[in-house]
Write a protein that binds this ligand. Structure first.
Ligand SMILES: [Zn+2]
Ligand SMILES: [Zn+2]
Length: 204
C-alpha cells in the first residue's frame, strides 16, 4: 500500500485511534482539561475537540486569579525555572521521565538562556505559593499557564509526547465510543468503505 501523505496521513492517524479526539491524547496524565460538553451532555459536538473526553476522577487543580496575576508579572527566568520544576515533578509522578527526556532537555535549555535577577522578599513568597499551586496541576495545565514564554518547538515537543501516549483506557467495545459528532463523513466513509468491486470493473 502506498504511504499516506498530507491530509490522508493526518486522517489515518485519527482513524488509528478513532476513539481519541486531540484533547484526549496523553490521558490521563498529559491530556487537556475535561470537556464541559461531555460532562454536561455525555457527548461533544466540537469536531477535533481540544478538551479531554475520557473520565477524570480527580478535580482539576488550577491557578486562582491572584496566582495568574503574579505569574504574568514574573521575569522569564523565574517563570522558566518554575515550569521546569513543575513539569519535571509532574512527569516523575506519572512515571514518564524517560519518555519525556527530549522535552525536559528543551525546557532546561530555555531556562539556561535567561539570567537570574535579584528578587525581593514579597516575590519570593509569591513564587513559593505558585510553586505549590503548580505542583498540584497537571503537566498540560502547567505548560498552558506559561505558554507565552515557551518557544514553539518546546510546545511542539510536548504535543509530540502527548500523541505518543495514547489514552490508557481502551474502550470496549471500540466502535460504540465513536459519537456521531466526533466522526466526519469523510472519516466514516474511510472506516466503512463502500465495496470496491464496481470501481475495479471500470478499471478493468
Ligand atoms: Zn483526560
Ligand atoms: Zn469535547
Amino acid at each position: 500500500m502506498a504511504p499516506y501523505t498530507g491530509a490522508d496521513a493526518d486522517m489515518q492517524t485519527r482513524l488509528a485511534t478513532p476513539w481519541c479526539n486531540p484533547g484526549s491524547y496523553g490521558h490521563p496524565s498529559l491530556c487537556a482539561r475535561p470537556c464541559i460538553y461531555i460532562a454536561k451532555n455525555g457527548s461533544c459536538h466540537v469536531d477535533g475537540c481540544d478538551y479531554c473526553h475520557m473520565a477524570h476522577d480527580l478535580p482539576v487543580a488550577k491557578l486562582n486569579q491572584r496566582q495568574r496575576y503574579v505569574l504574568q508579572r514574573l521575569s522569564v527566568k523565574v517563570k522558566m525555572d518554575l515550569v521546569l520544576e513543575a513539569v519535571r515533578g509532574g512527569l516523575h509522578r506519572e512515571g514518564l521521565t524517560d519518555q519525556a527526556e527530549s522535552l525536559l532537555c528543551l525546557l532546561e535549555q530555555e531556562a539556561s538562556k535567561h539570567s537570574q535577577q535579584a528578587s525581593h522578599r514579597d516575590q519570593r513568597r509569591q513564587v513559593y505559593d505558585l510553586r505549590k499551586a503548580l505542583s498540584r496541576m497537571t503537566v498540560a495545565d502547567t505548560i498552558h499557564a506559561v505558554q507565552d514564554v515557551l518557544p514553539e518547538h518546546v510546545i511542539q515537543s510536548f504535543q509530540n509526547l502527548r500523541r505518543a501516549l495514547l489514552p490508557s483506557v481502551v474502550p470496549d467495545p471500540l466502535f460504540p465510543m465513536i459519537s456521531k459528532c466526533e466522526l466526519s463523513l469523510k472519516e466514516a466513509l474511510a472506516l466503512f468503505p463502500a465495496p470496491q468491486a464496481a470501481a475495479q470493473m471500470w478499471i478493468l
